[in-house]
Each structure stands twice: as structure tokens, then as C-alpha cells.
Design a protein around this ligand. Structure first.
Ligand code: ATP
Ligand code: BTN
Length: 324
């Protein structure tokens, strides 16, 4: 995708963001390009997940108004002094991959956000639907001393920080599903993907990736499980820039606390938010499935499953939790 085409499409979107009709002719003359060029840019924007419709005689209109990411507004919404860089990207493969590629030289708290991802990913290489300006796609870098074991339970601490940020933005009744999902009304609202690189005996660098559905368009590809977005949960809709600033602040605070004190300060909060607390669940580990009652988490962040054999702790990236 060429930089100049991206700039043109960015400008086109900033005009269409008002959710009013704009004719191809007016758009073309405002931007100094032909109507055909406008039509081609609209087609590309549609492939990025934007719901733009056209009505003969009226022009183009976005199905819903857009709030584009804005660095000044994000910085104005920070509730801490955050000295690390915050980068705003337009269309990128994955914000996690972007930070991974530069992680050697960056500070703790260095953050990037994108308007859309073309290769957004979840755990185990699963796809994360990432349509344009419809969600927050955010990754933050943090280095930890003490190797991989220092990161036990990190996704749980991040989950608590996300709930804190959503609550501050007046979004209530959020729950967490072990180990990395954010739920509302029994549906997936957001997910966390933590990717770690490190040296044996040395520290490790974590990329903490967060996707929060803000207002997904109807044209989003089939998502293989029930999902929700903030549009269904909060009225008026949360402003993406305010949410981003609040999230960056809560994440930085949470990661600093986790780095100093470990998972301890987060455990009771996490237990209170557990979507399947004391419910029948199954754990899926490759081909093995174990049924039991969810007894919450232990001090290391492992999930506790009660079966006829008693209560046993399970952890590790291969474990998935499902209700029964
Ligand atoms: P696990 O319990 O193992 O985490 P999961 O199904 O939640 O299982 P993840 O890898 O955490 O899997 O998340 C990726 C999955 O999330 C996808 O396979 C899809 O079902 C779902 N998904 C993809 N995009 C979105 C989205 N924008 N909003 C909600 N859910 C999504
Ligand atoms: C999951 O539920 O498995 C985690 C989804 C994480 C999605 C976010 S969006 C920002 C960051 N970049 C990615 O490619 N993935 C994470």
C-alpha cells in the first residue's frame, strides 16, 4: 500500500467521518482527484472493513460516524505522566509485530495503536478481526528482569487493568475469562495477546497486545464465537481517544505494580471478575478435555479445577477454558 494513497484515504475518511453524504464530485474537487479515483479509494476502504454506502444522486456516507485516533486527544486523556512514545499508525499487519520488530531499542511503556490491522492475531495464531477505526488495537512494550517465570499471571494483571480503564470510561459489568479474554453479557468484548522474547538467565521483553471492540461494523467477517462491542454496552459511545489514554495509563500503572509486587495485588480483583466463578467448565488441552468446577486462580495465576480427584491447578499457553 503506497504512502500517498494512504494519505489520500486518510483525508477522505476525515471528511466522511461526520456520517453525512458527500458527493463523489465534491470529494474529488476538494481533494484534487477524479470521481473515479474517489470511487477506487472507497472500494479499498471497504476492504479494510469500513461500511461506506453510496446512494445515486447523494454520494457516499459512512454507516456510522467515526472517531479517528488522535495523539493530542490521547495524551490529554492520560491520567499519569507517560514519558514513553505513543505511536499512531494507520493500516498495519499487527501492532504486536510492529513493536516486536523494534523492541530492542525501546523504553518500557512504548505504545503503538493502529486504525486497522490486516493480520491481527490472537493466541495460537488465531485471527483477530480488526476493521478500520472500529476498535482499539494497541500494543505496549515492557521489559522484565528475571526471565519467563517473572511473567506468570501477567495476562491476568493486564485483564484487571483493562477492566479498570473501562470502568473509568463508564463501562460497567465487565468480566474476565481465564487467561486472556474480556467478556460482557457472556460475549467476548476484548482479548489480550502477550508475546515474549528473552535470553536464558536474562531478562525478557513482553509485547502486550490488546484488542477492544468499540463499534464493529455489520460487515465484519464471521467471528467464530459470540462477541460484543462497546456500542452495545455504553450510551453515549465511549470516545476511542479517551479510552486509549485511560487504557495506556492503567496499563502502565498495572505493569509497574506487577513488576514490583507480582500478581499478588491483582488476585482478589481478578477472582471478583471471573466470568465462570464456581461454574461447570471444561479445560481443553490439545486432544485432552477435562470437566470440572472452576475454583478461580491460585497465587501464580493458574486456574483451579475441581473434579472427583480434588482441586488441581492448570497453567500454560495450551489450556483453553469453555463453559459446558
Ligand atoms: P482461548 O480461550 O484459548 O483464549 P479463544 O477462542 O478466545 O480461546 P483467542 O486466540 O483468545 O481464542 O482469540 C481469537 C478468537 O477470538 C478467534 O478465533 C475468534 O473466535 C475470536 N475473535 C476474533 N476477532 C474477534 C473480535 N474482534 N472480537 C471478538 N472475538 C474475536
Ligand atoms: C485473543 O483474544 O486471543 C487476543 C486478541 C488480541 C488482539 C490484539 S489487537 C492488538 C494486538 N495486535 C495483534 O495482532 N493482536 C493484539
Amino acid at each position: 500500500m503506497s504512502k500517498s494513497s494512504e494519505l489520500v484515504r486518510g483525508r477522505l475518511l476525515s471528511i466522511l467521518a461526520d456520517n453525512e453524504f458527500h458527493s463523489g464530485e465534491t470529494l474529488g474537487s476538494t481533494m484534487g482527484i477524479s470521481r473515479t479515483a474517489i470511487s477506487n479509494h472507497v472500494k479499498v476502504l471497504s476492504t479494510l472493513g469500513l461500511d461506506i454506502y453510496s446512494v445515486t444522486g447523494k454520494g457516499y456516507c459512512l454507516a456510522q460516524p467515526l472517531t479517528l485516533l488522535n495523539l493530542d486527544e490521547i495524551r490529554a486523556s492520560l491520567t499519569i505522566s507517560h514519558i514513553s512514545d505513543i505511536e499512531i499508525l494507520n493500516v498495519i499487519g499487527s501492532t504486536n509485530q510492529y513493536l516486536k520488530d523494534k523492541s530492542i531499542s525501546i523504553q518500557n511503556g512504548h505504545t503503538c495503536l493502529a486504525e486497522a490491522q490486516t493480520a491481527g492475531r490472537g493466541r495460537h495464531g488465531r485471527k483477530w478481526e480488526s476493521p478500520y477505526a472500529a476498535s482499539l488495537y494497541l500494543s505496549m512494550h515492557w521489559s522484565f528482569d528475571g526471565g519467563y517465570s517473572a511473567l506468570n499471571g501477567l495476562s491476568l494483571a493486564v485483564g484487571v487493568a483493562i477492566v479498570e480503564a473501562l470502568n473509568q470510561c463508564e463501562v460497567q459489568d465487565i468480566q474476565l475469562k481465564w487467561p486472556n479474554d474480556i467478556y460482557a453479557n457472556g460475549k467476548k468484548l476484548a482479548g489480550v495477546l502477550i508475546e515474549v522474547e528473552g535470553q536464558i538467565g536474562g531478562g525478557c521483553q513482553a509485547i502486550i497486545g490488546i484488542g477492544i471492540n468499540v463499534s464493529l461494523p455489520n460487515i465484519v467477517n464471521e467471528i467464530g464465537q459470540p462477541w460484543t462491542d462497546l456500542g452495545q454496552l455504553s450510551h453515549p459511545l465511549v470516545n476511542r481517544n479517551i479510552l486509549a489514554g485511560t487504557l495506556i495509563s492503567e496499563l502502565s500503572k498495572g505493569l509497574t505494580l506487577f513488576e514490583n509486587d507480582g500478581l499478588g495485588p491483582f488476585i482478589n480483583k481478578w477472582r471478583a471478575l471471573d466470568v465462570y466463578s464456581n461454574q461447570a467448565i471444561k479445560l481443553i488441552m490439545g486432544k485432552q478435555i477435562i470437566f470440572g468446577i472452576n475454583k478461580g486462580i491460585d497465587a501464580n495465576g493458574a486456574i483451579l479445577l475441581e473434579t472427583e480427584q480434588g482441586i488441581k491447578a492448570y497453567h500454560g499457553g495450551e489450556v483453553s477454558v469453555r463453559s459446558v
